[in-house]
Design a protein around this ligand. Structure first.
Ligand code: GTP
Ligand code: ZN
Ligand code: ZN
Ligand code: ZN
Length: 248
């Protein structure tokens, strides 16, 4: 699945049975240096964002949970008041960046070319590329849409201030229990596509309770971008955060 973290690499098999201590040591070292490098850049990113009083938000979810659609609606609602940047993480294609650009955001597509998550060095590069588009303007908020995946992105700090995890109603109610790290490391939980609740066996209160049992600090929103339900609360929350960050 992933060229970088090797999350989909099959373990090798052969006939003899010697211990693989040398290989496991190498793997651990590689992982350590990968995370060290990531954390160094994450701190650098956060420093850049803080120097500019810019609020950075990292959105993670399974593929197709509605991250880009929510960003389209969010950009529509915030663009008159704030300057918005978006970094769009995908394995391939420029489509998501084009979608949010069409709504009025400055956007840079980050294609990972195989990796199923974003890492801080690529975000750093993308942020500087985004700055070149601004023509002297200052960003107020930066959304980073991670690659659709509920596992790997949870292990990589991108320098964000707020991490948001989305689960859409058709994905089913078992996601918090199955992917606890996504909920433990996030600040906000969005249940998306709630217009589909009549058609799915999805007990919202139970899902909220399960998520809160993993992380009592989670702020929870329930949203449909089709009916617009829940969008006001999300937008008000963002406005408050952006203003606080700007110190106004
Ligand atoms: N019914 C319903 N469909 C939605 C809603 N939000 C998004 N969708 C649909 O869900 C599909 C996926 O939406 P995207 O916004 O592209 O999802 P994503 O999370 O950005 O997908 P990836 O970038 O591929 O991970 C699209 O067909 C959307 O129209 C919603 O609130 N209700
Ligand atoms: Zn998307
Ligand atoms: Zn990965
Ligand atoms: Zn830099």
């Amino acid at each position: 699945m992933c060229d970088v973290c090797g999350c989909g690499t099959p373990s090798h098999e052969h006939e003899h049975t010697h211990e693989h201590s040398h290989e496991s040591v190498k793997t651990v070292r590689l992982e350590e240096s990968l995370f060290k490098q990531n954390d160094k850049y994450a701190e650098e990113n956060r420093k850049h964002f803080d120097e500019k009083n810019l609020l950075a938000i990292n959105l993670i979810s399974s593929p197709g949970s509605g991250k880009t659609t929510l960003l389209e609606k969010t950009v529509e609602r915030l663009k008159n008041e704030f300057t918005i940047g978006v970094l769009e993480g995908d394995i391939e294609t420029e489509r998501d960046a084009e979608r949010v650009r069409a709504k009025g955001a400055y956007a840079v597509q980050l294609t990972t070319g195989g990796a199923c998550h974003l890492e801080a060095p690529l975000v750093h590069k993308g942020f500087h590329a985004l700055e070149h588009q601004l023509e002297g303007k200052e960003l107020d908020v930066l959304f980073i849409e991670n690659v659709g995946n509920l596992v790997c992105p949870t292990s990589f700090d991108l320098g964000e201030h707020v991490r948001v995890v989305l689960v859409s109603v058709p994905e089913g109610p078992d996601k918090p229990a199955k992917y606890p790290k996504a909920f433990k490391t996030s600040d906000v939980f969005i249940i998306s596509k709630i217009d589909l609740l009549p058609y799915f066996d999805f007990d919202i209160e139970k899902v909220k309770k399960e998520a809160l049992s993993l992380n009592p600090k989670l702020k929870i929103f329930t949203i449909s971008t089709v009916t617009g339900e829940g969008l006001d609360e999300w937008i008000e929350y963002l406005k408050e955060l952006i203003k606080n960050k700007k110190g106004v």
